[in-house]
Write a protein that binds this ligand. Structure first.
Ligand SMILES: [Zn+2]
Length: 158
C-alpha cells in the first residue's frame, strides 16, 4: 500500500493535505500540499529518484571520442543509462543530436510518454488527373500500437 493513499495532515496546522503533482526539471513528483501554509511533502520514492538525478546532474563525465568509420563515437556512461532505464523501463535506441551552442552538442532521448494517449486518424487521397485514385486511411493509437495500421483503398467511385 502506498503511504499517499492515506489522509495526511499538515504537521504545522493540522489541515488535511491535498495531492498535487510538482514538475521539476522534467520530473513529475507526487506530493501532498497544505493549502493553508504551503507545507509540501514529496513522495519518498519520487524524491529519491529526483535526488539521484540531481546527483548525476552535478557530475561531469569525461568520455573519449573514438573514430568509427567516418564518424566519431562517444560512450554514454553506464550510470546515466542505468538511471534512465530504471526510470522509464525502456529507452529507444535512437537519440536526437543537435548543436546547442558553440562547443556544445545535446542529445535528446526518446523517452516513452507516460500516461499520455495519442489517438490519430488520417485520411489521404492520391489524385491523378483531378480524380482520386487511391484512399489511404491511417489509424494510430499510442495505447495500442499493435493496432496501428495504414489501409489503402482503390477508389471505385467513378
Ligand atoms: Zn499547514
Amino acid at each position: 500500500m502506498d503511504i499517499f493513499d492515506n489522509k495526511i495532515l499538515c504537521n504545522k496546522c493540522g489541515k488535511e493535505m491535498k495531492k498535487v503533482l510538482v514538475t521539476k526539471n522534467g520530473f513529475n513528483l507526487r506530493a501532498v500540499k497544505c493549502e493553508k501554509c504551503n507545507e509540501t511533502i514529496y513522495h519518498p520514492a519520487d524524491l529519491k529518484e529526483y535526488e539521484e538525478f540531481i546527483r548525476l546532474k552535478q557530475k561531469e563525465f569525461n568520455v573519449k571520442m573514438r573514430m568509427v568509420g567516418n564518424s566519431y563515437a562517444v560512450s554514454i556512461p553506464r550510470e546515466m543509462v542505468d538511471f534512465m532505464k530504471e526510470q522509464e523501463k525502456m529507452i529507444n535506441n535512437f537519440v536526437k543530436m543537435c548543436f546547442e551552442e558553440k562547443g556544445k552538442i545535446s542529445l535528446k532521448f526518446n523517452l516513452p510518454e507516460k500516461k499520455t494517449r495519442v489517438l490519430g486518424f488520417k485520411e489521404a487521397k492520391v489524385i491523378k488527373n483531378g480524380k482520386p485514385i487511391f484512399l489511404a486511411r491511417k489509424v494510430y493509437d499510442s495505447a495500442n500500437p499493435k493496432l496501428n495500421k495504414t489501409e489503402l483503398y482503390k477508389n471505385d467511385e467513378e
